[in-house]
Design a protein around this ligand. Structure first.
Ligand code: 5GP
Ligand code: ZN
Length: 119
């Protein structure tokens, strides 16, 4: 069924607690934790608890949860005090765009100058 946990999914395992993560925020529908390989002083992943392979498929099936992911990213940006400097919320989608974990996730990146376009 759509949204059900996938046995071979790293982020489903983090949601289930079977793989540890440095959690910085939890809601009924989302989990936020620090990226294991941070690309900036703040690099947090915000994920839905439900499994969808990417952000667009999450938004199509469960738009309220996609909105929760965005809102939680903004809340954490404020908590980390990076919002005054600007920050980036990125959804890499597809291997060609750098997606390596096929469970929808937002990268919240900030705390340093950010170039545009990102390359
Ligand atoms: P993607 O490349 O799919 O957009 O992002 C996946 C992110 O997950 C990468 O930035 C990578 O560093 C991070 N990541 C991969 N494995 C783990 C892990 O076991 N724990 C945490 N906290 N982050 C991970
Ligand atoms: Zn998953």
């Amino acid at each position: 069924m759509a949204g059900e946990p996938q046995a071979d999914c790293l982020f489903c395992k983090i949601v289930a607690g079977s793989i540890p993560a440095t959690v910085v925020g939890e809601t009924e529908t989302t989990l936020a934790f620090r990226d294991i390989n941070p690309q900036a002083p703040t690099h947090v992943l915000v994920i839905p608890r439900v499994h969808y392979p990417d952000a667009a498929s999450l938004a199509a099936a469960e738009p309220a949860v996609a909105a929760d992911v965005l809102a939680e990213a903004g809340r954490i940006a404020a908590e980390e005090k990076i919002d005054g400097h600007g920050y980036r919320i990125v959804f890499n989608t597809g291997a060609g765009a750098g997606q390596t974990v096929f469970h929808a996730h937002a990268h919240l990146i900030g705390g340093r100058g950010l170039q545009w376009p990102p390359g």
